[in-house]
Design a protein around this ligand. Sequence first.
Ligand SMILES: Nc1ncnc2c1ncn2[C@@H]1O[C@H](COP(=O)(O)OP(=O)(O)OP(=O)(O)O)[C@@H](O)[C@H]1O
Length: 269
Amino acid sequence: MKTYDSEDRYIKDLDDGKREIALSTDDIHVSYGTHEAIHGVSLAFERFKITALIGASGSGKSTYLRSLNRMNDNIAGTKVTGKIMYRGLDVNSNEVDVYEMRKHIGMVFQQPNPFAKSIYDNITFALQRHGEKRKDVLDETVETTLKQAGLWEQVKDDLHQSALALSGGQAQRLCIARAIAMKPDILLLDEPAAVLDPISTATLEETLMELKERYTIIIVTHNMQQAGRISDYTAFFHLGNALEYDETRKIFTRPKIQATEDYVSGHFG
Ligand SMILES: Nc1ncnc2c1ncn2[C@@H]1O[C@H](COP(=O)(O)OP(=O)(O)OP(=O)(O)O)[C@@H](O)[C@H]1O
């Protein structure tokens, strides 16, 4: 593999007072045991925009994404240092109630993972656990979130059927509906279209474009066309560093770093 100088980087400073920042990280390092996978990543994410994280396999995109709502806490031996600022709070501090924080910073995974429950119960499960019992509120949440996720028309007559009977694309949109039922500010998506066919992927992309009116979205994708189509900003990861971060159209037309240019043009490695 060609080597690139990790000191050679361009990170656009979005936190310059001109934009509303939903979330930012300052010098994030993540280690699995003695192996450091992320070497100090500082990025700011603009509110109501889609930011794509791109880079070769193993470059650290998922590790970084998972740190944003402390999902790495679930992996034994993982250490995360640095600040993750959300509404003036450091998400990475010990004082944060992780369960509460994840209501604001939700996540959708690569593999759709509906619970073995009805469509209705998948969406209302967490709300009910948080004490919501009013049937009208639960019904309304189911309808609104399924509409926002672009699934309502297909399932409105089957709400009490098992979610396990849904297709992969439908199940992934159900997982998005389930994530937004908690009314998060930020949605983290880890390659949500990886197991979907092209038609389901196109539908999912339309859904994300609509969702960004209400949510700040950070998405890991291997699909360059997808990053180009849906994202406003793109961060290019290489060997655990964010080497370039800029508006997507600049990353794809006039990248400032050679590694980015090689990656987006398919001449990488
Ligand atoms: N649970 C884990 N335990 C130990 N090492 C891990 C773990 N998850 C990831 N890593 C290591 O961290 C580094 C970054 O991996 P990560 O999955 O974040 O990269 P990625 O860019 O998301 O890759 P991909 O595109 O293949 O998903 C790799 O060296 C990987 O082997």
